[in-house]
Each structure stands twice: as structure tokens, then as C-alpha cells.
Design a protein around this ligand. Sequence first.
Ligand SMILES: NC(=O)c1ccc[n+]([C@@H]2O[C@H](COP(=O)([O-])OP(=O)(O)OC[C@H]3O[C@@H](n4cnc5c(N)ncnc54)[C@H](OP(=O)(O)O)[C@@H]3O)[C@@H](O)[C@H]2O)c1
Length: 305
Amino acid sequence: MQWRFLMYVVVGASGNTGSVVANQLLAQGKKVRIIGRNAAHLQPLSAKGADIVLADVSDAAELVQAFQNGESAYVMIPPDPARVDVRDFQGRVTDAIAMAVEKSGIKNVVALSSIGADQKSGTGPVVGLYELEQKLNRIQNVNVLSLRAGYFMENALAQIGAIKMMGSAIGPLRPDLKLAMIAARDIGVAAANALLRLEFRGKQTQELHGQRDLDYTEATRIIAQAIAKPDLKYIQGSRDQLRKAMVQMGMSDNFAGLILEMSDALNSGHMKPLEARSARNTTPTSFETFVAESFVPAYQHQQAA
Ligand SMILES: NC(=O)c1ccc[n+]([C@@H]2O[C@H](COP(=O)([O-])OP(=O)(O)OC[C@H]3O[C@@H](n4cnc5c(N)ncnc54)[C@H](OP(=O)(O)O)[C@@H]3O)[C@@H](O)[C@H]2O)c1
């Protein structure tokens, strides 16, 4: 009956994907250790039986300690858009994760990666995910599944501010660029299922494409209908205009530059899915559902504020 005591370690457990991973594992009666910086954010999972360990994911010593006695782990690089040097932070996080995996002797790792993580440069923040995959893949005696997720539907939440300020949706992506758009919760479910089934061996990648490909023109049409603004349109903004807007929103100039680099990579096809869409990489949540359940409440909340 040793399986009862196998422990799962979840990094970023209060986040979009990590919270879903932890909830799914707890719902199956598993022993779960949740890692984050803020105990209050982790409290809802602790109330369901998870053990909290406070650790900074860029601190190797803290993370090694946090992974002790773990059997399987969900790992990810937390975004930190205000960082002056984002790539340096990502480097420290990926070093710390790799060291924690190696030193703890954990056996199975599901890592949150991205479409485009096959490229070693020119993809903005996704270069950090390329490095995460590489560092994990170099560790012996651990099974690693890198989930290369598509474009998060949650990115569209940034349009709430744009709609309020400019009366249109705006971004760096081509209006007709088809994206494998995925709801973060579908990634969490896929990661939890992978950890529960443990069917991956050695070093593997798997793409997650969301429910269907859609472009910002269609996405904006769906949002327009849901918020009763039938004339709402999407505009591809200029680099200078967008960089300035991102910095005004609180991003460092460094991070804004990386986002623009990633957008160029998506627009040019440098960053694209490698797998054809299939039942295996298609996930259930549609953009319509995301808009009804997440976008509209957030939009209404901001309108009321
Ligand atoms: N956006 C996209 O389109 C896209 C596509 C593919 C892949 N990705 C990748 O997805 C990841 C983001 O996933 P997500 O949305 O689940 O993240 P998220 O919601 O921002 O969650 C990050 C979590 O990490 C915790 N955290 C932040 N800084 C930390 C630190 N220094 N030490 C320990 N914990 C820390 C946060 O909790 P506290 O603040 O409470 O500590 C939070 O729970 C990124 O690596 C991104 O590159 C994104």
C-alpha cells in the first residue's frame, strides 16, 4: 500500500495552472505539497489537505528543501513581468528547479512549457522554457514530460484595459494569425492527469492546442457579442505604441521587449506548433466558455470599479 504515501510537489500552486493541478490531485485523495511565496494565497488548498511550503522558486537551496521526499512534481517558471532582467530571473529559476529535481531524487516531472520551446532563440520569454526543458532533460533517472502549451486564453484579459481606454482591442499579433488558444485550466487538468497516470517515460514533450485554432479577429467578435459591443474591432498596434502601453501597465521595458520578440516569432511562424491537431492535444474549453466564465466577469468588475 506504499502508493498511498507517494507525495506530489506542485510549484506555483496558487497560479492559473498550478491551482488546477493541486486541486485535481487533492480530489483524488493524493498527498500534495504546495509551493509558493504567499501562505494566504495557498490557504484554500491547505484547507483541502495540502501541505504548504513557502519557498522562492529562484532560490535553489529553498527549492531543494521543498522537493525533499517528493515522488512526482509539477514545475513551471512563474512570470515576473516587472523584472528588470527577465532572462536572468528565468535562468536562476530553471537552475533551481533542475537542482531540486536532481538532489531530491524525484522520479517524475511534468513541466509547463510552450509551443516554440523547440527554438533556442528569438522567442522572447519562451527561451526560458527551452532552457527549462534542456536542463531537465539532462538529469538522469527522472521521467520528464514537457507540456508545450499553446497561447493562453487568459492573455486576452489584457484587452479589458484596452477596450476601456481605446474602445478597441489591440495587440502585436496579426489579426488573421491562427493561434492554438488554450484555457489555463485545461493545462492544469492535462498536467494532473499525466501525473496521475504516469504513462510517460524518459524525456518526452506533448503539445496542448486548446479547443480550436482562432485568430484575434474571431476572438474579438466573440468578446464583442458577450459584452454587447457589436462594433468592437481588433487592431494590430505599432511596436512603439504597444511597448509604451505595456510599460504603463507595469511591465519592465525588458519584459515588454521580450513580448514583442515573441509576437514577431508567432507572426512569422518561427514559433508554431509542431504537432498536427489531434484528439490527444485538443482540450475541451472553448473561447466562448472562457469569455462567458472569465472575461465577462472580469470586464464587469473593472467597469464597476
Ligand atoms: N501566457 C501564455 O500564452 C503562455 C503560453 C505557454 C506557456 N506559458 C507559461 O506559463 C507559465 C505561467 O503559468 P501560470 O499562468 O500558471 O502562472 P501564474 O498564474 O502567474 O502562477 C504563478 C505562480 O507562481 C507563484 N510565484 C510567483 N513568483 C514566485 C517565486 N519567485 N517563487 C515561488 N512562487 C512564485 C505565484 O504565487 P504567489 O504570488 O502567491 O507566490 C503563482 O502561484 C509561464 O512560465 C509562461 O511562460 C504561458
